[in-house]
Design a protein around this ligand. Structure first.
Ligand code: AMP
Ligand code: GLY
Length: 424
């Protein structure tokens, strides 16, 4: 089979790495890919949001299965366009991707189908949003409706901050058209967990639960990032919680989407807030998580290509999941200054030494090549993943690997996985 993976981050490197292990793969392409992926796949210079270019390429190369990493091409309807031309592709249609690309749509879906979530209101006029914020008080959360590269959520500790957030999003248009509408919602307390579930619109197969680390600094302090590390399994998701996730979240979401005429297939990402065993959905995403994929996919034993083909062909019911009972931890190495501004082009050393370690995989996120050397080329640079018999051993191994890698200004959290240890 010929397979094309769309995207250029750590999540896509993980997808390429996993797909390359499948016996059915003859040729593997990544568009646009990155230097890490280039070791396993042929990188094609087409950007992830260039749906025209990707379609032409897939038709010309007779790609058997396309796997979409990021949300933007999904929201642009790449799946609809590929399927119209008879191409197989893993991911939801543009209308189904609205579960992520419109927070208002997603919240209304949850309200309609009884999925537990934070209390909320949608607004298209800033004055009304400001009035609501003043009524509700703080803490409160203000969210741009549309896609904002993970930056459109503002957690406001005071009323003044919340009023400012509304103005920033709706009047100053800090996130462009994504902020034409806002969702204002109740601030939720608890511990977060991520569930990635494969579905063909009927059968739902949840992968092992994981936990991201959103904040830049240790102890979950400082501004939110795309994610500074992850581990799986997440002990906060006990068997009882997992069962509730299926009954209260995944099943009603997948069935609800079908009832709305937006059959959902691909991977459904449920971001949960868990407190005292009770759960609420923080958000749905229409794609794999990043960096959650870097710990969830290494634990998957079932052939990923077979699973994705079954999703694309609507026969996931024939499949079952087998996962390793080991643990995985991913420590993200970032550029100094991230999530604010940072420099690029710093030479990275030690990658080969880290790669030689057993049970360690270094996934590239923001890397580039300059004069034959691998250099930094983004905020999140590498995802250093290690497997271990338990979470403690996986943590030690991941940090041992991180210690072998160097670049000027390398920053990483020192407490990835620490929360899991307190629960064991
Ligand atoms: P989202 O872009 O919706 O994933 O939100 C990003 C992050 O903001 C989440 O992972 C949470 O850490 C936080 N967040 C979003 N909504 C809420 C909420 N209602 N209460 C508390 N934290 C939230
Ligand atoms: N790690 C959070 C996300 O993928 O949205």
């Amino acid at each position: 089979m010929k397979i094309l993976v769309i995207g250029s981050g750590g999540r896509e490197h993980t997808l390429v790495w996993k797909i390359a292990q499948s016996a059915d793969v003859d040729r593997l392409y990544a568009a646009p890919g990155n230097p890490g992926m280039a070791q396993l796949a042929e990188c094609v210079d087409i950007q992830a949001d260039d749906t025209d270019g990707l379609l032409v390429f897939a038709l010309r190369e007779r790609i058997d299965l396309t796997v979409v990493g990021p949300e933007v091409p999904l929201a642009l309807g790449i799946v609809d366009r590929f399927e119209e031309r008879g191409l197989k592709i893993f991911g939801p249609s543009g209308r189904a991707a609205q579960i992520e690309s419109s927070k208002g749509f997603s919240k209304d879906l949850m309200a309609k189908y009884g999925i537990p979530t934070a209390r909320y209101q949608r607004f298209t006029f800033s004055e009304e949003a400001v009035r609501y914020v003043r009524e509700q008080g703080a803490p409160i959360v203000v969210k741009a409706d549309g896609l904002a590269a993970g930056k459109g959520v503002l957690i406001c500790r005071t009323q003044a901050e919340a009023v400012e957030a509304v103005r920033t999003i709706m009047e100053d248009q800090a996130f462009g058209a994504a902020g034409k509408e806002v969702v204002v919602e109740e601030f939720l307390e608890g511990e977060e967990a991520s569930i990635l579930a494969l579905t063909d619109g009927e059968t739902i197969l949840p992968l092992v639960a994981s936990q991201d680390h959103k904040a830049i600094f240790d102890g979950d302090r400082g501004p939110n990032t795309g994610g500074m590390g992850a581990y799986a399994p997440a002990p906060v998701v006990t068997e009882a919680v997992a069962q509730r996730v299926m009954e209260q979240v995944l099943r009603p979401a997948v069935d609800g989407m079908a009832k709305e005429g937006r059959i959902y297939k691909g991977v459904l990402y449920a971001g949960l807030m868990i407190a005292d065993g009770k759960l609420k959905v923080v958000e749905f995403n229409c794609r794999f998580g990043d960096p959650e994929s870097q710990v969830v996919l290494p634990l998957l034993k079932t052939d990923l290509v077979a699973l994705m083909m079954a999703v694309a062909e609507g026969r996931l019911g024939e499949m079952s999941l087998e996962e390793s009972d080991a643990s995985a931890v991913c420590v993200v190495m970032a550029s100094e200054g991230y999530p604010g501004s940072y420099e690029k082009g710093k030479r990275i050393t030690g990658l080969d030494t880290a790669r030689e370690m057993d049970d360690v995989v270094v996934f590239h996120a923001g890397t580039g090549v300059r004069d034959g050397n691998i250099v930094t080329n983004g905020g999140r640079v590498l995802g250093v993943t290690a497997m271990g018999a338990d979470i403690g051993r996986a943590i030690d191994r991941a940090y041992e690997a991180v210690g072998k890698i160097n670049f000027e200004g390398a920053y990483y959290r020192r407490d990835i996985g620490a929360k899991a240890l307190t629960r064991l």
